[in-house]
Write a protein that binds this ligand. Structure first.
Ligand code: ADP
Ligand code: MG
Length: 705
């Protein structure tokens, strides 16, 4: 009988409390226990002679207790000396009970496992695990390697072992729904790519092997999760994730959507005529792709990737005008207040002359103003701009035709879908959804895009507007802060403008704001005669807007800011950026920040200030920033250093939380997935359901569109 999620409590030693703990680690069923893979393994299948041990080794020994005593010290310690005829080893326990001392009285035979260290008087082990063994030596050794599972608080290895033992024996008896689901063709191609072994091992065999490997297993490969048994699981997991994303988008494609013809062209032409520049080739191409999508009778699902400053906003505007020209409403959302405001001000200045006034909605719009905005939307206002507040309940549109989501990677899939749900009209008995345009400034590595955005069409703006100059980046220790301040003074004296970005680990707006205030006052002491402005997340929208406006107009020369300016801010005359504590930021964030300069005619530079000492990873990040400004390269490195969950900001949504797979490590497998997934969805959709259910389970709820 297939396993039901609730049957965890059917296991011995699992009551409601333990089950709840397991749930917290993402384990909802007995089968999930088997997808919780060991971190490493211990070899308890052999006994080593004590005389052959060396410091640093982890080993199992067996011997007779010569001596056991509690040594009084500032903190009492239990010391046990064990001999096996080849040598002596001292065991030290700092936490112990009196019963332990009695259990290890002189003459007792012990089997001990632990890490060997050099002590004052020869070899020792601190807190080894041990067990008493029979005099006759008839205590069998383990015949498998002993798994060590990732720790969960209050959950010892013994417990994990008892749980996985039970799960494995159910697997053995065929009581778990773990049938072979991978298409043989996929396994065969995987075998060509990563080695024949992957096709020789069954799912059950793989799980048995991973949890209880034989003594001769390739432990190094297992620990790195490159063993065919693990790759076999990773392949299946990647396939399941891809299927689930692809099904969301395919599902949407089955629905109807407003067809938009060229009615918008008049508005579009007026808009283009007023622009102070012409579109780049890449922008023109992408606009054309979008306009073609908008003519179709199913919802567009297009992802636009374009590096910082590649000009995505104008592209969004041309998409919006097509929808508005056709009598539909457009919603534009951005993940931060500041970015949304920036869009508001761009669209205001672009579209006001065309008679279109955007409606503004963020969580800070409350009371009467909020009601007014909601009414306008319900009555059919052509353009609404805002933050995630647009995705909340109680927000309704009259005729929503296009949703533009900027900086998509900050929103979860669920949120995106929530906004689309607001467009649920009905035409020809077919539920209708708005078209969707997703814009991301962090270029997403190809492998990540294939999985995270499976089923989305992708356009890339792979060209920057003409005249952009590369930003020179230097990495400087905070010890030389004085020189950096000098540099700001010189730049401002030359009529240039600068950003000074303050970063803090604390998430709290209040703490960040205070830090930025402190820096602003420090700098105003040292930079007399220079006009300094301050923006941070605690300020009122109007206040922020006013300061940004003064900076834009050149009245403010130095803008001190928290990372709120990370996205979207656009002031071409600013050509110097200082980022404090740059070592604390991730690559994507640094790249976004640096993208604020290098937008004008001036040669720009960026100073990454760090406070020593910094770790290896941080050092690597700063070096990458110094060496390249290529967003795609930076994104690839980011994926390598951080892992996909963090890159996409989807830790919480669970969307890209893999149990086994790793997008960077398993790239060779990923290449096989799109084809295989396509075939499954076409020919055996039931198989897709089972794979998704097996690996993702609950997370597929939002799939039912
Ligand atoms: P991003 O892709 O980072 O969102 P923006 O849309 O904010 O970039 O554009 C960055 C800047 O480049 C803006 O000042 C915008 O007006 C300008 N811009 C966009 N397209 C062009 C172009 N084709 N030629 C010159 N400047 C452009
Ligand atoms: Mg932008």
């Amino acid at each position: 009988m297939p396993d039901q999620p609730s049957d965890l409590t059917g296991l011995q030693g699992v009551g409601p409390a333990v089950a709840a703990k397991l749930e917290d680690s993402g384990i909802h069923s007995v089968q999930d226990l088997l997808f919780h893979l060991p971190l490493r393994y211990e070899d308890r299948t052999r006994v080593h002679p004590i005389g052959g041990l060396y410091p640093g080794a982890t080993a199992q020994v067996e011997g007779t207790v010569e001596h056991a005593a509690i040594v009084p010290a500032r903190r009492a310690m239990l010391v046990v000396v064990v001999a096996d005829g080849t040598g002596l080893i001292t065991l030290r326990f700092f936490h112990f009970r009196a019963a332990q001392k009695r259990a290890m009285a002189a003459g007792t035979r012990l089997r001990v496992f632990g890490e060997v260290r050099a002590g004052f008087r020869g070899l020792e082990m601190i807190h080894p695990s041990y067990k008493r063994i029979a005099e006759d030596g008839n205590t069998p050794l383990a015949d498998r390697l002993t798994p060590v599972y990732p720790g969960t608080e209050g959950f010892g290895q013994a417990r994990w072992n008892r749980l996985t033992d039970q799960a494995l024996s159910r697997l053995e008896r065929g009581n778990l729904d773990l049938d072979e689901l991978l298409p043989p063709g996929l396994l065969a191609s995987a075998a060509d790519d990563v080695g024949q072994e992957i096709a020789k091992i069954s799912l059950k065999g793989a799980l048995q092997f991973i949890h209880r490997p034989p003594p001769n297993a390739d432990v190094a490969a297992l620990v790195e999760r490159r063993h065919p048994a693990q790759q076999r699981l990773a392949l299946e997991e990647l396939l399941a994730h891809h299927l689930s994303m692809a099904r969301v988008h395919r599902g949407l494609r089955q629905l109807g959507a407003p067809r938009m013809n060229e009615k918008g062209t008049q508005l579009e032409r007026a808009f283009m005529d007023a622009l102070p520049f012409t579109l780049t080739g890449a922008q023109q191409r992408v606009v054309k792709e979008i306009h073609q999508d908008l003519q179709r009778s199913h919802p567009m699902q297009r992802l636009i990737q374009g590096d910082v400053g590649s000009g995505k906003t104008v592209v969004a505007a041309l998409a919006a005008l097509r929808a508005i020209g056709n009598g539909y409403q457009v919603a534009i959302t951005a993940p931060t207040e500041l970015l949304a405001e920036q869009h508001l001000s761009s669209f205001n200045s672009w579209l006001e002359p065309l008679g279109i006034t955007p409606v503004w909605l963020s969580s800070k719009v409350t009371g009467k103003a909020r009601q007014k905005a909601l009414d306008a939307m319900a009555e059919g206002a052509p353009l609404v701009i805002g933050t995630h507040a647009l995705m909340q309940e109680g927000v309704a549109f009259k005729r929503l035709g296009l949703v533009v989501v900027d900086e998509q990677h900050r929103f979860g899939v669920h949120q995106r879908m929530a906004l689309l749900d607001k467009s649920g009209g009905q035409e020809d008995n077919k539920p209708e959804r708005a078209h969707q345009l997703i814009m991301t400034a962090t270029p997403i590595p190809r492998t990540l895009a294939m999985t995270a955005y499976a089923g989305l069409e992708t356009s890339v703006i792979d060209e920057l507007p003409p005249g952009r100059k590369p930003v020179t980046t230097v990495v400087i220790s905070n010890d030389r802060r004085g020189e950096v301040i000098e540099r700001v003074a010189t730049a401002c004296a030359e009529g240039r403008q600068a950003y000074w970005v303050c970063t803090l680990i604390e998430e709290s707006d209040a703490v960040q704001a205070r830090a930025a205030e402190d820096v602003a006052s420090e700098l105003s002491q040292q930079l007399r005669g220079i006009e300094i402005g301050l923006v941070h997340g605690r300020m009122k929208a109007a206040e922020k807007q006013a300061t940004m406006q003064r900076f834009k107009q050149g009245e403010i020369q130095l803008l001190v800011a928290t990372t709120v300016i990370e996205v979207g801010v656009d002031v071409p005359n600013a050509s110097l950026m200082i980022i404090e504590n740059a070592e604390r930021l991730g690559l994507a964030q640094l790249h976004q920040l640096r993208g604020r300069v290098g937008r004008g005619a001036q040669k720009s530079s960026c100073v990454l200030l760090y406070s020593a000492p910094i770790g290896d990873l941080a050092k690597q990040r700063l070096n990458i920033m110094r060496e390249t400004s290529n967003g795609f390269l930076i994104a690839e490195k980011d994926l390598e250093l951080r892992g996909p969950g963090e890159v996409l900001g989807t830790r919480q949504t669970g969307m890209l939380q893999f149990r086994v797979a790793d997008l960077a490590r398993d790239e060779a497998l990923l290449d096989l997935i799109p084809d295989a997934a396509g075939k499954i969805l076409e020919k055996t959709p039931k198989l897709a359901d089972r794979l998704i259910e097996r690996w993702i389970g609950d997370a597929t709820r939002f799939v039912d569109v």
